[in-house]
Design a protein around this ligand. Structure first.
Ligand SMILES: Nc1ncnc2c1ncn2[C@@H]1O[C@H](COP(=O)(O)OP(=O)(O)O)[C@@H](O)[C@H]1O
Length: 283
């Protein structure tokens, strides 16, 4: 991991660029192939001591953090969310955090250089603690970030979570965090007619326990105006990253069918993961 973080910094400095091919066809088949290959490689890696190196993509509010964090516990790898690294940097007062706040609170992306520095530092700290593998959440978000990552390490699988846009906005606006325990909750109750005759989508709220109720805070970038800007930025800058990995046969598209109880077992199935592993991880 230390080698990866050093290489990420070096590549970023060199400003590496490579061309990108995209193919919109056979998405489902490619996703299934990617998942099968991952299951096979996963078994080989466990034997040689290397754990998964996965990436989560998806619009703001889709639930990347929720599913990435559950999978990281199950697969015994760190869940590294670049949004969390940015929020940690924002929490230390000074000119750097003021500059970051201006960008983040307007729904823009921070520069590739800044994010790569934050990520490299996090990977170095992990290497010192002996961490193996990772699930990245919120990185890469630009083609340049994807190229830099590709230049320094192998990504096994990229999971692209998808949800209808109305649900994304409602989920971002309903997001709450407990300022004391750091727990994440969502007060939105989503119940939408199915699209094109499809099934109804129901996502119940994830309410806080009574001791957290009076300590809930909302992210300053979760206002309607800023969420709409973040969605626009996602479509412009981050969607090409989906094409980047699709062209490499690494993208697994997953349409969330509803809330966590409904979606989690289906995600495990799509990933060829045995729910029994979750129980043994929890134990
Ligand atoms: N890989 C990245 N590149 C640039 N900016 C990033 C990256 N990851 C996080 N950020 C910044 O941190 C903010 C919060 O990120 P995150 O918590 O992942 O938000 P979201 O809920 O929009 O997925 C982003 O809006 C962006 O300003």
């Amino acid at each position: 991991m230390a080698a990866i973080s050093r290489a990420i910094r070096a590549c970023a400095a060199a400003g590496s660029r490579r061309s990108m091919a995209s193919s919109a066809k056979e998405v489902a088949a490619a996703g299934a192939r990617a998942a099968a290959a991952v299951a096979r490689r996963g078994r080989e890696r466990e034997e040689d001591g290397r754990r998964v190196q996965w990436v989560f993509l998806g619009c703001p509010g889709v639930g990347k953090g929720t599913y990435a964090s559950r999978l990281s516990q199950m697969l015994r790898v760190p869940h590294i969310a670049t949004g969390d690294l940015v929020r940690d940097a924002l929490a230390s007062p000074g000119p750097f955090s003021e500059q970051l706040a201006e960008i983040v609170n307007n729904g823009k992306l921070v520069s590739d250089e800044i994010i790569i520095n934050l990520l490299s530092k996090r990977l170095e700290e992990g290497a010192e603690k002996g961490e193996l593998g990772f699930i990245l959440d919120g990185f890469p978000r630009t083609i340049r970030q994807a190229e830099i990552l590709e230049g320094v390490t192998d990504i096994d699988l990229v999971i692209n979570l998808k949800l209808r846009e109305e649900a994304l906005l409602a989920k971002c606006l309903g997001r709450r965090m407990c300022s004391q325990c750091g727990g994440n909750f969502n007060v939105a109750s989503i119940d939408m007619e199915g699209e094109n005759g499809g099934p109804r989508m129901y996502m119940p709220p994830l309410l806080p326990p009574p001791q957290c109720e009076s300590k809930l805070i909302t992210r300053p970038d979760d206002t309607e105006e800023v969420v709409k800007e973040r969605l626009r930025v996602y479509h412009d800058l981050c969607e090409p990253v989906e094409d980047f990995y699709r062209a490499r046969g690494k993208l697994l598209e997953f349409n969330l069918p509803g809330g966590i109880p409904e979606s989690w077992p289906k995600l495990l199935q799509a990933l060829n993961l045995d729910p029994g592993n979750e129980r043994s991880a929890a134990a």
